[in-house]
Design a protein around this ligand. Sequence first.
Ligand code: FES
Length: 146
Amino acid sequence: MAQTTTETAKPVDLTKPPAAGVVRVTFLPENRTVEFDYGTIPYDHHGKPMSFLDVAENFGIFLDHACGGSCACTTCHLWIKEGAAGLSEPDDDELDRIETAADVQLNSRLGCQAVITRPGSYVVEIPKWNRNYVSEGKPLTLTENK
Ligand code: FES
């Protein structure tokens, strides 16, 4: 049976912390939460393996990535609201690139470069200017999003 790269999100019980060995990621402002056993999702070839972009792509959550996840744009800019201690450290390329993003904050990371390194709970927010999506799941162009 062929392996798919889009996982089906199972219902998540938010009244309990994630179970041992489980990664829980909530994407705001959509407030979509997904869970999976750490190290089990297939690499989707978008951004670094186990990056937020990789997770989003696996679960069909739209996170813009104009450069394909190669640290060459800032369309995957995220604010890390919870779980920063469980992420990879940003390398020089990411730090240089993130400086060019709009509305940079201390918790800013590039979704294609920030890698989840251990099980736990993570909450990220896609900045308003970067929410190029509509209810049908198709991205708007930046001019349509004004
Ligand atoms: S998708 Fe371009 S830097 Fe992340």
